[in-house]
Write a protein that binds this ligand. Structure first.
Ligand SMILES: *[C@@H]1O[C@H](CO)[C@@H](O)[C@H](O)[C@H]1NC(C)=O
Length: 276
């Protein structure tokens, strides 16, 4: 048994000599802890214009109450938005440089760093996603679209429920329901297909609208041509994940905000990575 352990350690050390760091999507990164003490983070998004992440965390107290916080990746300044009761989610409209905040009181918008402005949705919001228009789920887990015409239920989701939603540039709506991911094509009337049959903690998209899924067992990338999931990292228990403008991952694990930086391409064969 002892010999076996030594052998495994040596093998890992040899591989690490070739490629050092945290493995993520075929690259090795160095890890930078940006901030500690972020309690029970629920969700995080990235804003390209501000080069900042925005996240929902527990403000503390007897019952969970969501605070809306931010961290600027240029100047390392952190802060939070005051006066928003029980925040639940963020989404960003990069074109308008507008940030939307969902909360127990409904919807707020922050445009060009001004003070949060109340928008005309007054029911509690569970999750938000911006893709050309604003989509949200309410407390009953129903999915709606909010545009110039007002609020309309997404017809394909009339009989279904969602805890979280994301939409890609090909009109695919991915939704998280009871920790599983489903996909449906908007405006076609087609039914939803199961994407995962295992528990998922977080669903997120990068700037190229690729879908990433974080689980207790690592991170997977959705291949929309093969309808398959490829495991791209062994990072476990990631609670929130976003990508900055250089496509580098920023994530929350335990109570830490972490950035992966200085990626190195490394051609160690992938099989040995997953056997390790
Ligand atoms: C905040 O909302 C969550 C559900 O999203 C709820 O469980 C919690 O009790 C709320 N907290 C307060 C202080 O209203």
């Amino acid at each position: 048994m002892k010999l076996f352990i030594i052998f495994v350690t040596l093998a890992a050390a040899c591989a690490a000599q070739k490629c050092r760091g945290t493995f993520f999507n075929n690259k090795y990164y160095s890890m930078e802890v940006l901030k500690e003490g972020l309690n029970r983070v629920k969700q995080m998004v990235y804003s390209k214009n501000e080069n900042s992440v925005y996240f929902i965390y527990d403000q503390g107290g007897l019952i969970y109450s969501g605070g809306a916080g931010y961290y600027n990746l240029d100047n390392y300044q952190a802060g939070f938005f005051m006066g928003i009761r029980n925040a639940t989610s963020f989404t960003v409209d990069d074109k308008k440089n507008r940030l939307y905040i969902g909360s127990a009181d409904g919807l707020y918008a922050v445009t060009d760093r001004n003070l949060p402005e109340k928008f005309p949705i007054n029911e509690p919001i569970l999750s938000l996603y911006f893709k050309d228009d604003l989509y949200f789920t309410n407390i009953r887990r129903k999915v709606y679209k909010f545009d110039l015409d007002g609020v309309k239920m997404v017809p394909e989701m009339r009989y279904d429920f969602a805890d979280d939603i994301v939409i890609d540039d090909d009109n695919n709506l991915f939704f998280l329901k009871d920790k599983k991911v489903f996909r449906l094509k908007l405006n076609t009337g087609s039914p939803a297909f199961e994407v995962t049959d295992f528990p998922v903690n977080v669903m997120t998209m990068d700037v190229d609208d690729k879908l990433y899924i974080a689980t207790n067992d690592g991170i997977f990338l959705y291949n929309r041509y093969k309808y398959a999931l490829d495991k791209i990292s062994n990072l476990r228990n990631v609670k929130a994940l976003a990508f900055d403008k250089r496509w580098d991952p920023v994530y929350i694990v335990f109570d830490l905000l972490v950035r992966l930086k200085n990626p190195v391409e490394c051609y160690e064969d992938e099989d040995s990575f997953f056997k390790r």
